[in-house]
Design a protein around this ligand. Structure first.
Ligand code: F6P
Length: 341
């Protein structure tokens, strides 16, 4: 068989582990040929590819990023894009395509699959917000990075008696905020799923100082918002691809809390550091399993589906299911974390 692989959307620790696993299973075990497209769907649109053999994937298991490069280009957003992709798939004699990506990538994969292309998807995102899989690789690494940062920030916050508002990634969901905030014992967590009450947040942080504590840590998912009308709030805008770009919840909260509490507050934006660097062992294992199962699905001709983790098993689920809704943080998790507003 001839299989094409690509990585698309925001990068994520563990992408290289999937690529390596696909090549090992397909080339070594099945005798397939694997080619990789550069920079996501863009490579398939422009027929820009390289051969992926054992040498090409040697030593990449623990490496962050993606050896194939990534972009947010989507075929369905370009005039004639879908037809161009189909033409190149035929020209290259591909029997299957394995796109590795998040919500946007999987939506494109579903559309291409519906148009007749043989596709097996692999979900990825540090945000952990893809429904139909219990976990996505990259999430564990991102939570680890954020937790370590929060632990470090506590000591400097205490030295200066400050409120630190730490912004973590999570456009639509608060998984990273919830888990890193819980792991580090944050004093308040705000998430996109539930607009927070600024008065309650002020009270909660203020109560810590009144109780004699010298600092407070607030974790804010980048997509968190105050309840409508509760504070002046700049929602941000959109980037050149039409993706939401937030105006900086941490900056806005630090100004607001400093004024309300009369305590020094500082915003800390962790940003892309959460996406970079070596994946944790958990993410390497999950990514490797996804790669292996994607190749098996290709050989069973189980197209239009993606790999997913259900409990401890890897299963195949329809792409349609994967992109239907986002996996948001359920309300019972807020209660467990105690400090979600
Ligand atoms: O989708 C993953 C993600 O990390 C989001 O949490 C974040 O909003 C976005 O990517 C940032 O994307 P970019 O790297 O394009 O700025």
């Amino acid at each position: 068989m001839r299989i094409g692989v690509l990585t698309s959307g925001g990068d994520c620790p563990g992408l290289n582990a999937v690529i390596r696993s696909v090549v090992h299973r397909a080339v070594v075990d099945h005798g397939d040929e694997v080619i990789g497209f550069r920079d996501g769907w863009k490579g398939l649109l422009e027929c820009d590819w390289l051969k992926l053999d054992l040498d090409a994937v040697s030593g990449i298991l623990a490496r962050g990023g993606t050896i194939l490069g990534s972009s947010r280009v989507r075929p369905e957003h370009l005039r004639g894009g879908v037809e161009r992709v189909k033409g190149h798939v035929e020209e290259l004699g591909l029997d299957a395509i394995i796109p590795i990506g998040g919500e946007g990538t999987l939506k494109a994969a579903r559309l291409l699959s519906d148009s007749g292309l043989p596709i097996v998807g692999v979900p990825k995102t540090i945000d952990n917000d893809i429904s139909a899989t219990d976990v996505t690789f990259g999430f564990d690494t991102a939570v680890g990075v954020a937790t370590e940062a929060l632990d470090r920030l506590k000591t400097t916050a205490e030295s200066h008696q400050r409120v630190l508002i730490v912004e973590v990634m999570g456009r639509h969901t608060g998984w990273i905020a919830l888990n890193s905030g819980t792991a580090a014992g944050a004093h308040a967590i705000v998430v996109p799923e539930r607009p927070f009450d600024i008065d309650e947040l002020t009270r909660r942080v203020g109560a810590r100082f009144e109780a004699g504590k010298r600092f407070a840590i607030v974790v804010a998912a980048e997509g968190a918002k105050p309840r409508a009308g509760s504070m002046e709030f700049d929602e941000g805008g959109r980037d050149i691809y039409g993706h939401e770009r937030f105006a900086g919840i941490a900056r806005q909260l630090s100004v607001e809390l400093e004024q309300r509490l009369g305590k020094e507050a500082r915003p800390v934006i962790l940003g892309h550091v959460q996406r970079g660097g070596t994946p944790t062992a958990y993410d390497r294992v999950l990514a490797t399993r996804f790669g292996w199962h994607a190749v098996e699905a290709v050989h069973r001709e189980e197209f239009g589906r993606m790999t997913a983790l259900h409990g401890t098993d890897i299963v195949m689920v329809p792409l349609a299911e994967a992109v239907s809704t986002l996996k948001t943080v359920p309300a019972e998790r807020y209660a467990e974390a105690e400090c979600v507003l």
